[in-house]
Write a protein that binds this ligand. Structure first.
Ligand SMILES: Nc1ncnc2c1ncn2[C@@H]1O[C@H](COP(=O)(O)OP(=O)(O)OP(=O)(O)O)[C@@H](O)[C@H]1O
Length: 224
């Protein structure tokens, strides 16, 4: 069953030079439970697709559909509640890591989802020591920050995952573990933006971004 569809979506943003077309006529359809890797050159608009799915960026034309319903503000709200988004910017907070967990799980959408046992198991699973919880998030390494963001997203018990370059700072063994983890759950719909070949596994559909838009801001046409 189709969960997300983008139909002829174009995005224009305003910057200091005026209106700027990011891409036009984007077509993407994703079924529930699919694992999809979105690839394409830097700046082509991959992150913008995640922002469209969450309703943070509005299309200048075209339609976005979830489970066949055309998206409106109420529906975007529902989608956000079901979706874990890990952005490229791993600076998700400051202060002791445990306090960060406290904050995330105090949000109404996440209330009642925190489990100390799950946290312990995930720390172990992603090769983090318990004492990471007492450290300040801003002092962690890039790879430690990525793993904490991944653990938070997993603990919030969502069924749609938007993962933007989440393995870039991990070593080979950890990359493998993270990819194994996200691909193992048939019920999860997982969209990944990555330049990392570790995601090119059996069962992962690869979308080359340039092939699903008709035009990008440099005037590139599909298939060229
Ligand atoms: N709100 C905005 N205002 C101005 N420009 C924007 C805005 N949002 C996105 N852009 C521009 O749109 C283009 C696409 O950005 P996007 O982050 O989607 O690319 P990307 O394919 O994810 O790139 P990367 O692989 O480098 O992360 C970039 O040139 C970016 O600067």
């Amino acid at each position: 069953m189709e969960i997300i569809r983008m139909e002829r979506v174009s995005v224009t943003v305003k910057d200091e030079t005026g209106d700027k077309l990011i891409f036009s006529d984007l077509h993407i359809s994703v079924d529930r439970g699919e694992k999809v890797l979105i690839r394409g050159r830097s700046g082509i608009g991959k992150t913008t697709v995640f922002r469209l799915i969450l309703g943070f960026t509005r299309p200048s034309s075209g339609g976005i559909y979830f489970e066949g319903r055309r998206a409106d503000p109420d529906l975007f709200w529902e989608v956000r509640k079901r979706t874990a988004h890990i952005s490229q910017d791993s600076d998700i907070g400051e202060g002791p890591v445990m306090a960060l967990f406290g904050e995330v799980f105090s949000y109404s959408a996440n209330r009642g989802k925190f489990s100390r046992d799950d946290l312990g198991a995930l720390l172990l699973g992603f090769s983090l020591q318990e004492d990471v919880l007492t450290k300040k998030f801003e002092n962690l390494s890039g790879g430690e920050k990525q793993r904490i963001a991944i653990i938070i997203s997993l603990m919030t018990k969502k069924d749609i995952f938007l993962l933007d370059e989440i393995t870039s700072d991990l070593d080979a063994a950890l990359k493998e573990k993270v990819v194994d983890f996200f691909l193992a759950r048939p019920e999860w719909t997982v969209l990944v933006i990555s330049h990392d070949p570790e995601w090119e596994r059996e069962g992962v559909r690869i979308i080359d971004f340039a092939e699903v838009v008709s035009k990008t801001k440099v005037g590139k046409h599909a298939g060229q």
